[in-house]
Ligand binder design. Structure first.
Ligand SMILES: Nc1ncnc2c1ncn2[C@@H]1O[C@H](COP(=O)(O)OP(=O)(O)OP(=O)(O)O)[C@@H](O)[C@H]1O
Length: 329
């Protein structure tokens, strides 16, 4: 278990991490998400005592990192895959780490095997590709067979097979009851890997929730409609209190409705539908909403339908980018 309490880091006037408090529990993969520059790496560095907090604390199984005897046996981390000594072989890099943590040398061969680097174990790591470097970093994290594992953007540089492998590895490690904490700015990746989510933006906690609840609470569900009798359909929708949104190509989107309700409405009005489908916004959209604040989807719309007051609301041209400061605006 990792516990953060009021963790804060300032670099001069820049607050990189802002009063973060959360727990990372065993037995699940916890995703640590945020846009570039949100403060993920800084938080992880403080968890590992590589940076001093300005204020607040991090506890690993109730202790400060520096109080841990042979920390690699408690917590393994992949932070910067390039941190290895390039002039040493993969095997020797790991052997040095093992020796300084009283880990038997036999474990080096085991973890090299686990990450698929046995064939290049004696090669100098400076010649490694990005993906091989990631695998070597993961091997070093696994060396002490720790109960807690932290990975900062572990799929960086991995090919599709490697990405699949690391995903399954993290899930398998969590299933063994370990605490797995993995950062990413890739929402799609987290959706496939994480059971629990911690989302930060501008160093602040935005969400601490199960993946299922996050999607449920943050993604928008709506119905998509297309009809050759678009004008009549708009009239019928407005007459029944719906606010259709223009989605391009003659398609309309309606929030707060079911396909059953809108199908019946079309039938009652004798309207032909070419499309009637329930939609749920992707996780990516959920993140956009969360980090950009409640995008005022309806409030900033543009009336594109005409002067009869029965306009459709156009969606915003483009959502704010990750890291914008408009949360809650
Ligand atoms: N040593 C430092 N000195 C000054 N500013 C720093 C330092 N380290 C990080 N920062 C700033 O703190 C903020 C958080 O950076 P951090 O690297 O933790 O974010 P991140 O979420 O890991 O981003 P990314 O996904 O791009 O790696 C950024 O604005 C960054 O520029």
């Amino acid at each position: 278990m990792i516990e953060l309490e009021g963790l804060t880091k300032r670099f001069g006037t820049k607050t990189a991490v802002d009063h973060l408090s959360f727990q990372v529990r065993p037995g699940v993969v916890t995703g640590f998400l945020g846009p570039n520059g949100a403060g993920k790496s800084t938080t992880m560095r403080m968890m590992l005592d590589l940076d001093n907090p300005t204020s607040g604390t991090v506890r690993i199984d109730g202790k400060h990192y520096r109080e841990l005897q042979e920390p690699l046996k408690y917590i393994g981390a992949l932070l910067d895959a390039k941190a290895m000594h390039g002039g040493r072989s993969a095997y020797n890099n790991l052997l040095c780490l093992a020796q300084s943590n009283r880990i038997p040398a036999s474990r080096v061969g085991e973890v090299l095997d686990l990450v698929g680097l046995t064939a290049v174990a004696r090669k100098k790591s400076k010649g490694f590709s990005l993906g091989m470097g990631q695998r070597l970093g993961i091997a070093s994290a696994l060396l002490g067979d720790p109960e807690i594992l932290m990975f900062d953007e572990p799929v960086n540089g991995l090919d599709p097979e490697g990405i699949h492998w690391i995903r399954n590895l993290m899930k398998a490690l969590a299933a063994e009851g370990r605490t797995i904490f993995v950062s990413s700015h890739l929402m799609s990746e987290m959706a496939l890997t994480a059971d629990h989510l911690i989302v930060i933006g501008q160093g602040k906690l935005l969400a601490d929730t199960s993946m299922a609840d996050f999607i449920q609470q943050n993604s928008r569900s709506y119905v998509r409609l297309r009809s050759p009798q678009r004008e009549q359909l708009l009239d019928a929708l407005h007459a029944n209190g719906f606010t259709p949104v223009e989605a391009g190509g003659g398609t309309l989107e309606v929030d707060g409705a079911t396909t059953e309700k809108l199908g019946e409405l079309a039938a009652e009005n004798g309207l032909v539908l070419h499309e009637l489908s329930a939609q749920r916004a992707s996780l990516e959209e959920a993140f956009m909403q969360m980090t950009a604040g409640a995008v005022e989807y309806h409030a900033h719309g543009t009336n594109v339908h005409g002067a009869d007051g029965q306009g459709v609301t156009a969606p915003p041209a483009a959502g704010p980018r990750w890291g914008d400061t408009t949360k809650g605006a």
